[in-house]
Ligand binder design. Structure first.
Ligand code: FES
Length: 116
């Protein structure tokens, strides 16, 4: 069984779109790293849920259709993020499925490292 390729568009606060490809099972953090997207400070803790720099903003529709709801640990870390919205998630905790192919997410204007 071959893992299916998935496409994700990351949209900067200024509207610039960054197109990226990954595979089912990749987190959005994995996809940003593997595509070498230049997002300053993103993913500082490498997915260990201690930084909040991987904050991303989803549409309401996408937020609701994600198969995994945020854990308490993720919500606690999100509380420390800047520009928090009702549809914010941490990119290291969103795992791509083939149903999510074509996902578009916004990068908040400020990336805050909760460890600083
Ligand atoms: Fe640090 Fe997601 S990369 S919390």
């Amino acid at each position: 069984y071959e893992k299916k390729e998935v496409n994700v568009t990351f949209i900067r606060a200024n509207g610039e779109k960054l197109l990226a490809k990954g595979k089912e099972g990749d987190s959005l953090l994995d996809i940003i790293v593997n595509n070498e997207l230049d997002i300053d400070g993103y993913g500082a803790c490498e997915g260990t849920l201690t930084c909040s720099t991987c904050h991303l903003i989803l549409t309401k529709e996408d937020y609701d259709r994600l198969p995994e709801k945020p854990t308490d640990e993720e919500l606690d870390m999100l509380d420390l993020a800047f520009d928090l919205t009702d549809t914010s998630r941490l990119g290291c905790q969103i795992i791509m499925t083939k149903e999510l192919d074509g996902l578009q997410v916004k990068i908040p204007s400020t990336i805050y490292d909760a460890r600083s």
